[in-house]
Write a protein that binds this ligand. Structure first.
Ligand code: AGP
Length: 608
């Protein structure tokens, strides 16, 4: 997630901006930059990599000033580089912009501005804003910003400065948080209070659609029609540590609760509801190349391998193309059957997992086209694949993957849908999927609203030594993922299994000390799962059942019930994984485990 900080006041802005950006490092970023008005001239300094590199650039080319903005970039459009780092300048170098969010109509705006003679210097969507503001500037920076935001589609949190209106910073919020800091004779703008807590605890949280105009004399809050609005000044009670986690006790919990927004971000600009399909910009696969695919291999590790199993079922069910899912660590060392007609999908949150990277390179050596489903823009896998679908889930800091998993499944659904609608899938079935995808963010929120009830269930199981997770069809991989979540953060042994397979061995484990989680939404295999629940109850097992409606067949079979909304079968794992993430989280916390950095684990396994 990008970070924004702005300062206007009697002090030199540079150290304040750098200090604020350092406070935002925890959010994850790949480049940074500042823009200041230095004796009337607009100066920018930017650098790929860590803030220390930006400090090196500033040491070589110092810049001072009392008005400035800074940014840490988490790339969404355009790989990490000096040229793609924010702030971005207008053609005439009089306007500088920093931006969090995604501008969905950036391509169209870029073409229009190019036609008007503007010179683009980066691959980012953000840059269109700086040229637009220059184009619309007629003396008032805030009016030019308002004019620009009226033609922009998408989400933004921005800060803007201009040498043509040097005594102010203009901020605006729509879909990305932004706040004004009120100091003693000095004012701030920030995407997150942690950036300015060293200077003030008095803040104004901007609402959706608000603009802020800050000068050395104070601030004004406007709406998109430039009408003044009142917003209260609040005092931050949190300490810095709590702010970085957004008030949540752990990053993992914060990321679990971000999923309504992150799933929406994965789909942003990609759903074609009416046509019942998806629009995916970065595949780099023509219609004919997509039609020529006659087999697919999906390779990944850990949680990403679980989402791969779901993708296999989606693609085979909708597009009728044979799919093989392979552990990357296995694939890379066996002699796989891969041809130029093979598409190798590579799934990796970090984009740096050594086994997955090696598997992709092996697939390329065999002539396969590769498609990366990656969260970290500009990561090695994202740079080496032939095409890709970025997850746009924002940095995932908790070692246990949560929001990346649900975004991976959604991205796979978008791809499977696109492939299938080019083949035999009807628009009617396609619309069923797009409409179900569109409902997901609110449905996820409805499950998160049950967090207290799930925590209560966790209390009953925090001291057990084993867990079994059972599911069928699309929810067998969800069972595997639920078991992985529990074991990697609570250190309780947990096993995921196809529900029907239990009678071929694991049923010997069932007794009152073996809790069993059943994923049993009302899908096409529901009745079969009910039989498996009966088998467990008959042997004294404790059952935690995730289901989606009142079911007489389940009466007397559930020691605990967790209700999830109904959706199409292929999306049930997205909803079922939310309570399983929470269950694992709460059990781990009650066991005093280090949830964000579990023992022996790394966020990205960059070694074999
Ligand atoms: C998931 O909770 C684990 N942290 C781990 O299995 C992870 O999914 C795996 O290492 C793959 O990582 P990647 O998605 O970054 O490639």
């Amino acid at each position: 997630m990008c970070g924004i900080v702005g300062y206007i006041g009697p002090k030199d802005a540079t150290p304040i901006l750098i200090g604020g950006l350092k406070r935002l490092e925890y959010r994850g970023y790949d480049s940074a930059g500042v823009a200041l008005i230095d004796r009337g001239a607009l100066e920018t300094r930017r650098a790929e990599g860590k803030i220390a590199r930006l400090e090196g650039v500033l040491a070589e080319q110092p810049v001072k000033g009392h008005v400035g903005i800074g940014h840490t970039r988490w790339a969404t459009h355009g790989p990490p580089s000096d040229r793609n780092a924010h702030p971005h300048l207008s053609t005439d170098n009089t306007v500088a912009v920093v931006h969090n969010g995604i501008i969905e109509n950036a391509d169209a705006l870029r073409k229009e501005l190019h036609r008007k003679g503007h010179t683009f210097r980066s691959d980012t969507d953000t840059e269109v804003l700086s040229h637009l503001i220059q184009e619309l500037f007629e003396g008032s920076l805030e009016e030019a910003v308002i004019g620009a935001l009226r033609v922009v589609e998408g989400t933004y949190g921005i800060a803007v400065v201009s040498s043509k209106d040097p005594g102010k910073i203009v901020g605006a919020r729509k879909g990305s948080p932004l706040l004004v800091g009120v100091g003693d004779g000095q004012y701030f703008l920030a995407s997150d209070a942690s950036a300015i807590l060293a200077h003030t605890r008095e803040v104004i949280y901007l609402n959706e659609g608000d603009l802020a105009v800050i000068t050395a004399d104070g601030y004004r809050i406007l709406d998109i029609n430039a009408s003044p609005i009142r917003r209260s000044v609040e005092t931050i009670a949190w300490d810095l540590d709590a702010i970085e986690r957004g008030g949540y006790e752990h990053f993992m919990l914060k990321e679990i609760f971000e999923q309504p927004q992150t799933v929406a971000n994965t789909m942003r600009g990609r759903l074609r509801l009416e046509e019942g399909t998806s629009k995916l910009g970065g595949l780099n696969l023509s219609h004919d190349e997509l039609m020529a695919i006659d087999n697919i291999v999906i390779t990944a590790c850990g949680t990403s391998w679980h989402s791969a199993l779901i993708g296999e079922l989606m693609i085979e069910d909708m597009a009728r193309i044979p799919v093989e899912v392979e552990y990357a660590s296995e694939f890379r060392y066996r002699n796989p059957i891969v041809t130029p007609a093979t598409l190798c999908i590579v799934i990796s949150q970090s984009g740096e997992t050594a086994d997955t990277l090696a598997a992709m390179r092996e697939a390329k050596r065999h002539g396969a086209r590769t498609l990366g489903l990656v969260n970290v823009v500009g990561s090695t896998i994202a740079r080496e694949d032939d095409g890709g679908i970025y997850l746009h889930a924002g940095p995932e800091i908790g070692v246990a993957s949560t929001k990346a998993f649900t975004s991976q499944v959604v991205a796979l659904a978008l791809f499977a849908l696109k492939l299938a609608r080019k083949r035999n899938l009807s628009v009617t079935r396609g619309r069923e999927v797009t409409q179900a995808l569109d409902l997901l963010p609110n449905q996820i929120q409805a499950i998160l609203d049950q967090a207290d009830a799930i925590e209560a269930i966790a209390e009953s199981y925090k001291d057990v030594h084993n867990f079994l997770y059972l599911g069928r069809g699309y929810n067998f991989p969800a069972a595997l993922e639920g078991a992985l979540k529990l074991k990697e953060i609570s250190y309780i042994h947990a096993e995921g299994y196809p529900a029907a397979e239990m009678k071929h061995g694991p049923i010997a484990l069932i007794d009152e000390k073996m809790p069993v989680v059943f994923i049993a939404p009302h899908d096409s295999v529901f009745e079969k799962v009910v039989s498996n629940i009966q088998e467990v109850k008959a042997r004294g097992g404790k059952t935690i059942v995730i289901t989606s409606r009142d079911e007489p067949a389940l009466a007397g079979l559930m020691d605990h019930e967790i209700r999830i909304p109904e959706t199409v079968d292929m999306l049930t794992p997205v909803l079922a994984s939310i309570p399983l993430q929470l269950l694992a989280y709460y059990i781990a916390v009650k066991r005093g485990a280090n949830v964000d950095q579990p023992r022996n684990l790394a966020k990205s396994v960059t070694v074999e």
